[in-house]
Design a protein around this ligand. Structure first.
Ligand SMILES: [Zn+2]
Length: 240
């Protein structure tokens, strides 16, 4: 009877020690609260993140909006699109935004083998690093779909996994005004709970280049005009 009671805590302690060592070896995952980055801690902090680009019909306009307000955001790019849009990828980087890995082809990773997961992450890393000449540190799983193998492989590749805590369904045909209202509601709800917001929007689409994403861009433009002056824009590495 006592044996399992002794062994289980020992096993847990050993696993915790291994996990701690693994985290400690990777600067972007040196956190004790969990293996993913969700949201910044302070209610006035806001991270804007954009998935599924680069997209020639929305990303340039989005870059203009962000530049007008001097806001730095994070872009999780699809490797396939990076290869087809290298100049636009470099523009995002040159504007000072953070670029992360959103896999090569946007699959549901939880449904794939470890070999495929690794290929998807490595392929996107390679596309980004060859295009930008800079290392990639962040990863967002397509659809937010995770399983332990996905997080482990990301960590092994030196990638910190980033989730979100505000999502407004901007892949649906919604107006900019509707998206703005949803964004403001989400941010306000987080503030009421005493935390900051990590907003996910889409300047591109997993279904192909050229997706009509101007409602998302226009919603960001309106949001940036309305936010209180004490809003602190952050990117995931800043709150790890
Ligand atoms: Zn996506």
């Amino acid at each position: 009877m006592t044996l399992p009671q002794i062994l289980v805590p020992a096993a847990v302690a050993a696993a915790a020690a291994t996990a701690f060592t693994a985290y400690a070896g990777l600067s972007f995952t040196s956190q004790i609260f969990g293996p993913t980055l969700v949201a910044p801690p302070q209610p006035n902090q806001l991270a804007l993140t954009f998935d599924d680009g680069p997209n020639p019909t929305a990303t340039p306009q989005l870059l203009e909006v962000l530049a007008r307000h001097n806001v730095r955001a994070t872009f999780f790019l699809i490797g396939d699109y990076v290869l087809s849009q290298p100049e636009l990828t470099r523009e995002i980087h040159a504007a000072g935004h953070i670029i992360g890995n959103h896999t090569m082809h946007h699959p549901w990773l939880a449904r794939h083998s470890e070999t495929t997961i690794r290929e998807e992450l490595l392929g996107c890393n390679r596309a980004l690093e060859d295009t930008l000449g800079a290392p990639v540190k962040l990863f967002r799983p397509p659809h937010g779909a995770r399983r332990p193998a996905v997080l482990r492989i990301a960590r092994e590749l030196g990638l910190a996994t980033v989730q979100w805590n505000v999502m407004v369904g901007d892949w649906l045909p919604r107006s900019a005004e509707n998206l703005l209202a949803r964004l403001e509601r989400g941010i306000a709800a987080n503030q009421r709970h005493g935390r900051g917001s990590n907003v996910v929007l889409h300047d591109g689409s997993q279904h192909g280049l050229g997706a009509p994403r101007m409602p998302s861009v226009d919603a960001v433009a309106m949001l940036l005009k309305r936010l209180p002056p004490d809003t602190a824009f952050v990117t995931p590495p800043q709150w790890r």
